[in-house]
Design a protein around this ligand. Structure first.
Ligand SMILES: Cc1ncc(C[n+]2csc(CCOP(=O)(O)OP(=O)(O)O)c2C)c(N)n1
Ligand SMILES: [Mg+2]
Length: 353
């Protein structure tokens, strides 16, 4: 079996063979995708702004600016009975998989109403009843966990459910990632490995984590297709993810989708990347010009099916949604000190409380 290293749309043969799922999206779908991209953008901007104003009381902001097309394109095909394991840069994905926005914000502020009831950091949360697998700080380690979920689904005959994982290109260089991806390939698990290749892992450039410069090259060793897609094109990402879902549901196993994008901000808010000079400012500017939001908006306008007024920048209802979620979270109760020892593993007693 050879890995597929090209974007599906790059070969004429594939264009004929593969259905285009994006063509089946309705106008309402496209408006909803546009709205979601703005939600991700404003989520990011709002938290950066509040951090600067000293209104966040803990944690760093790991922004997804410039990566919104990946978040929206990969989550749009999800159904209620699928599973997702987001990582540090994917906070909006928790909401797109069904977690109310005020609950995501409550996690940011460490409130009693948050999934972890005030413990651990922002993205280290989940809610298995919503199909959200809890993440941890150890990069790559969510892959073996996601494999466990996918294997259980397969063994239980729930072949219609799919597990979607996110990893940065840097995380694909960890042992846990390789072990998990290999296991998924061997057992043909219903798993999708979405790789957010934003060219940097903190200050480490792509070539120092991925010797071929292309993460999808790894897929051949795992016995699964390795797809490369323009990660700033929401409909291309959607199409490839949908294909991967269909493949998994058919029982044909996992797919690795490398979404090529760029981290236009620093690693987190504490990393003033332009001043730090570990990458050229021209490189950042080049990618800022490829911003996925105006790109999608221009595409929609170009179809002739949308008016300028239908595509406000930003949509006012999304601004309100973010504002209200922040207010609700800030005004939610803090955890009671007495709960500090609940929901933890007590090593001395050898039990989970
Ligand atoms: C195993 C492991 N090594 C190092 C770290 C520290 N760390 C946190 S985020 C990060 C960069 C991750 O880069 P990448 O996987 O490309 O994701 P990105 O942040 O670019 O989205 C590093 C090195 C960690 N959390 N886990
Ligand atoms: Mg990266």
């Amino acid at each position: 079996m050879s890995a597929k290293l090209k974007n599906r749309a790059e070969t004429e043969e594939d264009q004929q063979a593969a259905p285009s799922y994006r063509d089946q999206l309705t106008k309402d779908d496209l408006l909803e995708m546009y709205r979601r991209m703005w939600l991700a953008r404003l989520f990011d901007e709002t938290l950066y702004d509040l951090k600067k104003k000293g209104r966040l009381r803990r944690g760093n902001v790991y922004g997804s600016r410039g990566q919104e097309a990946i978040l929206v394109g990969t989550t749009y095909p999800l159904r209620a009975h699928d599973f997702v394991s987001p990582i540090h840069r994917d906070m909006p994905a928790f909401h797109f998989k069904g977690m109310p926005l005020e609950q995501v914000m409550a996690q940011v502020w460490g409130k009693a109403t948050a999934p972890t009831r005030g413990k651990d950091s922002w993205s280290h949360m989940g809610d298995i009843s919503l199909g959200l697998i809890h993440s941890t700080s150890m990069l790559g380690s969510t892959v073996p966990v996601a494999c466990g979920a996918a294997w259980a689904l397969k063994l239980d005959g729930k072949g219609d459910s799919v597990v979607l994982t996110y990893n940065g290109e840097g995380a694909t260089a960890t042992g846990a990632f390789h072990e998990g991806a290999n296991f998924a390939g061997v057992h043909k698990l219903p798993l999708i490995l979405v790789i957010e290749n934003n060219q940097y892992a903190y200050s480490t450039p792509l070539e120092l984590n991925v010797p071929t410069g292309r993460v999808a090259d790894r897929a051949i060793g795992y016995g699964m297709p390795g797809i490369v897609v323009d990660g700033n094109d929401v409909l291309a990402v959607y199409d490839e993810t949908y294909h991967a879902f269909e493949r998994a549901r058919r029982g044909d196993g996992p797919t690795l989708i490398e979404c090529v994008t760029y981290r236009v901000q620093g690693h987190a808010d504490h990393d003033e990347t332009r001043a730090r000079q570990y990458r050229p400012v021209e490189e950042i500017e080049e990618w800022e010009a490829k911003d996925p939001l105006p790109r999608f908006r221009n595409y929609l306008l170009g179809t002739g099916n949308f008016s300028e007024a239908e595509l406000p920048e930003p949509p006012p209802e999304v601004v309100r949604q973010i504002h209200d979620a922040v207010e609700i979270a800030i005004n939610s109760p803090d955890p009671e000190p007495a709960t500090a020892m609940e929901d933890i593993y007590d090593e001395s007693a050898g039990v989970s409380r």
